[in-house]
Design a protein around this ligand. Sequence first.
Ligand code: PEP
Length: 254
Amino acid sequence: MRKIIIAGNWKLNKTIKEAVELVNGLKQDLAQTKEVDIVVCPVYPALSEVSKLTAGSNIGLGAQDLYWEDAGAFTGEVSAPLLKDAGCQYVIIGHSERRQFFGETDATVNKKIGAALKHGLTPIVCVGEVLAERESNKTFDVIKTQVTGAFSGYSAEDMKKIIIAYEPVWAIGTGKTASPEQAQEVHKFIRDLLVKMYDVGTAQTVRIQYGGSVKSDNARELMSQPDIDGALVGGASLKRDQFVALVQNANVKK
Ligand code: PEP
């Protein structure tokens, strides 16, 4: 059985002080939550401070991106060893905002996955179609290209350590959520693709999160779908009460 995993992507929000306040609140409210894996992904400068609070708790820590080289003349970049040093266990790779605004491609996603795995970070690899692609019936082609490009060259053992986040770009930050059926259809497509690329056991092991305007009031229905194993959450992860309610509602028995 795959354990539900809810990750909050805080994007470019919250000062270090605000990040600390939010995590302290989440620790209090979610201390008893054992059935759901919880992760927060603050901005880089807050990671180290937040890790002092998440260490030994049931809240994991993730970064929002990384660079594939460990060190060197790469001004402005952050590497996997540094994220480990700051206390991270997870790293988001290939978020649609990175693809849209910062030139991320399937090839760079592929390299970043290697760096994360090499240093023991769990990659949360984002894929998803834009509205025009959905409307022209290209969703499955786009997802197939992104998934095969991202995981090309990685073994089944590597794949078992990776989390995928299916995030239809038209649903991110827009308040438009994919219906549970629309999301399930793509999640199943991804899992079937993993069967073809690897094997049934690997495909059944990999957790596939949904992302796109997930809130406390739609979390239960989405998480109840057979191939949805969690959520990557933007807006609703920034407020203590909303994120706590979302995590609690995501705790569904399948
Ligand atoms: C995201 O950025 O990964 C996301 C899903 O954002 P939101 O929940 O705000 O749509």
